[in-house]
Write a protein that binds this ligand. Structure first.
Ligand code: HEM
Length: 504
């Protein structure tokens, strides 16, 4: 027995020795290399536990740029936002799509679109994103407004209590319910036969496993996740989607586009639609939660945002909301600077998205006047905007929610400084450069609409003695963090409040 244990121990030590002598070594001109002592995994566990703390520690020790082995990939982190422009402008050598195509196809289970089997598909998909922006945003905003009001009326008026009684609910559950249904209907359309609550439940189970799928853990090891993913994909089969009325132009165009490719099976098309559902609600829901949570936690912020909504919409319009749909146009949303700042402040505080690029060839990246680093083909370059968002030099008291942080002289504040220099990329929840999130304008609008309609329809308060909301840090590097603990709140509809009550 002892002999057997000794053999295993010796084997283990030999693997470690082999790893440290024959594994990758830092070459001249390359950033400091941190591999950890566990082969393949490297520093994955420390990164996953608290990425912000881990990277800040490495930055203090090694400087603004360093390479870390994480789950088999060598990732070079660029930590100083003043160096971001150098990375962002090198679109040719530092490519976003190589990574996103392979990660998305593995996670949502469709064939990679840049594999050569689907000529032109990737470009056409990119072109379809214009239907989430510019003039196309008007019908989307209009449709979202109608859907939000219907969904919220139903949620607020479905309780047994009379209208003028306080009722209780849980805040994240409320945000999930309202945003999931409204966004789904706005993008994919309606049908009386759709069970959106069941879809949401399945979606949440899949989403809980999302970080593990992105970390390349085989889906077979993740319990029922494969089965649930299959169910979610089947929801979007072309025969089913044909029965849904009034999908938005963007989804119609994607459906027609997939139809043009004989090489795409019906299941692949469905998987693409499912992936888009994930992109459209996965981050918007937690962002809606944080914004509403901070507004109802801070009387000053709530009063300022309420006053702004009243000023822009007018009292008469607001009183109608329980009787008929009111309209808030894109232009009216743009006038709500405190509301916009509150949404941006929530995104600043809770966004942990990593911006990832894959190095296409060995090359030397010039970072600024003095510094350049050598990079190797197939390595990953990562920008980690959370470290910028929480940098005390750029943002005073960076961990505090300050609803008017992004307002200056009644307009959006855009000047933030580090080392005496203006920081161009000071807030990056939606990524950067040419690969920025194509749904960002729609997302900002729907977040503002959600807060407006909710505040118009009801009074909301946190319960006395309520514990503060904390972040669920298990999704390092991925989008907007959800809350870790439940936040019960009470609400009373404003249906019976008169104008004087409203102004209090
Ligand atoms: C608060 C809400 C949202 C956040 C924080 C967010 C964030 C992001 C980020 C960080 C990326 C990767 C960009 C990069 O690395 O350069 C991304 C990509 C993407 N987002 Fe969003 N997003 C949000 C809402 C939406 C919505 C509402 C939609 C669609 C209706 C959407 C559609 C997409 C798509 C399709 C991509 C992939 C683009 C590509 O592959 O070129 N997102 N998003």
């Amino acid at each position: 027995m002892l002999e057997y244990l000794l053999t295993i121990l010796l084997g283990f030590i030999s693997v470690l020795l082999l790893y440290s002598f024959c594994g990758r070594r830092r070459k001249d001109g390359e950033p400091p290399l941190i591999k950890g002592w566990i082969p393949f995994l490297g520093k994955a566990l420390e990164f996953r536990k608290n990425s912000q703390e881990f990277l800040t520690r490495l930055q203090k020790k090694h400087g603004d740029d360093f390479t870390v082995l994480i789950a088999g990939r060598y990732i070079t982190f660029i930590m100083n936002p003043l160096q971001y422009p150098s990375v962002i402008k090198h679109g040719k050598q530092l490519d976003f799509h190589t990574f996103s195509d392979s990660a998305a196809s593995r996670t949502f289970d469709y064939p990679p679109i840049r594999s050569g089997h689907f000529p032109g598909l990737s470009d056409q998909i990119q072109r379809s994103y214009t239907l989430l922006q510019g003039p196309a945003l008007d019908p989307l905003t209009f449709s979202m407004m109608g859907n939000l009001q219907k969904v919220l009326r139903q949620l607020f008026l479905s309780g047994d209590e009379a209208d003028d009684h306080w009722q209780q609910a849980e805040l994240y559950k409320f945000c999930k319910s309202a945003m999931f249904q409204s966004t789904f209907k706005t993008l994919y359309g309606h049908s009386p036969h759709l069970d959106l609550d069941q879809l949401r439940e399945d979606f949440e189970k899949f989403d809980d496993m999302f970080p593990l799928l992105m970390a390349r853990i085989p889906i077979g090891l993740l319990g029922k996740t494969k089965e649930i993913r299959e169910k979610l994909i089947r929801f979007f089969y072309p025969q089913r989607m044909m029965e849904w009325t009034a999908p938005c132009k963007f989804v119609q165009t994607r459906t027609a586009l997939f139809q043009d490719y004989d090489t795409l099976q019906d299941r692949d098309k469905a998987a693409h639609h499912f992936a888009m559902l994930w992109a459209s609600v996965g981050n918007t829901i937690p962002a809606a939660f944080w914004c509403l949570y901070h507004l109802i936690s801070c009387p000053e912020a709530l009063a300022a945002v309420r006053e702004e909504i009243t000023n822009v919409l007018g009292e008469k319009n607001m009183q109608l909301i329980f009787k008929e749909d009111i309209t808030i146009t894109r232009q009216q949303l743009e006038q709500m600077v405190y509301l916009e700042s509150s949404v941006n402040e929530s995104l600043r505080l809770y966004s942990v998205s990593m911006n990832i690029r894959v190095v296409q060839e060995d090359f030397c990246l010039r970072l600024d006047g003095q510094r350049s680093i050598n990079l190797r083909k197939d390595d990953i370059i990562a920008l980690y905007p959370q470290s910028t968002h929480l940098d005390p030099e750029i943002y005073k008291e960076p961990k505090r929610f300050q609803f008017d942080r992004f307002v200056k002289d009644g307009k959006e504040k855009t000047d933030f400084y580090k080392s005496g220099q203006k920081v161009r990329y000071y807030r990056m929840p939606f990524g950067s450069g040419a690969t920025q999130c194509p749904g960002r304008f729609f997302a900002m609008n729907e977040l503002k609409q959600f807060v407006c309609v909710t505040l118009l329809m009801c009074e909301m308060q946190l319960l006395d003695g309520q514990q503060e909301a904390s972040m669920d840090n298990s999704r390092a590097g991925l989008g907007i963090l959800p809350p870790a603990n439940p936040i019960p709140f009470k609400y009373k509809t404003r249906k019976t409040l008169d104008c004087t009550d409203r102004e209090e």
